[in-house]
Ligand binder design. Sequence first.
Ligand SMILES: [Zn+2]
Ligand SMILES: [Zn+2]
Ligand SMILES: [Zn+2]
Length: 256
Amino acid sequence: MRIRFLGTGTSYGVPMIGCDCNVCRSEDPRDRRLRTSAVVESGRFRWLIDAGPDLRAQLLAAEISTIDGVFLTHFHSDHVMGLDDLRAITDRRGSPLPVWAPERDVPALIAAFPHLFGDSRRPGWSANLDLRGVRDGERIDAGEERVRALEVPHGRGWSTGWVFGSSFAYFTDLSEMPSTVRDAIRGVDVLAIDMLRVEPHPTHLNLEKSLEIAADCGARAVRFIHMSHEVKHAEVDADLPAGMRLAYDGSIVESG
Ligand SMILES: [Zn+2]
Ligand SMILES: [Zn+2]
Ligand SMILES: [Zn+2]
């Protein structure tokens, strides 16, 4: 299994509009972060995790024109506002593209995208998407993978982590990882996990909390994602423990 990070930035992206801090002005390409999203490739299948507002640019940069399914983590703009770009993918497909989303977010997705998921769908105008609500703890079959949905708190809301067997776990936008979820993913080969910044934050993990959770879960390789302009790649990455790295846009990690 191969995981490619299409974007690793928080909702504003990095650089942030109008900011002249040293990260936003950095010439290190690893400090340029589109909104957080990833692609998982396994055998002949390719899955997209989240569809944020940078999706079109991300798929073009990665030269991706086919996808076999989409996993959404939660209904926040930086994770769903690129769904419309999937028309270019579904136009090339003969069958509907599955979109697995947390069941709690299905009404909001239909309300926000009536032309994609609601009654105003029009063949030829709307992406041919098959929205499927998934409950916490549910396992679904995606190609040759068993993928499990595990809910985690995201401030006062929720986000869903997607766990691909014992190969890969993806948890963005969380403020804590409950012990039941830690137990469920313990020993996973690769873990991608939210790490907004060094300072604490009410709805996201900061460096200290992410490190604690990553160490507790015992993944062989850890990649931190969803970073703000307060994270200078070269500085933070240099101090991480063995096996743990900051992801950056376009970076790849192999699993299992
Ligand atoms: Zn986010
Ligand atoms: Zn900045
Ligand atoms: Zn969020």
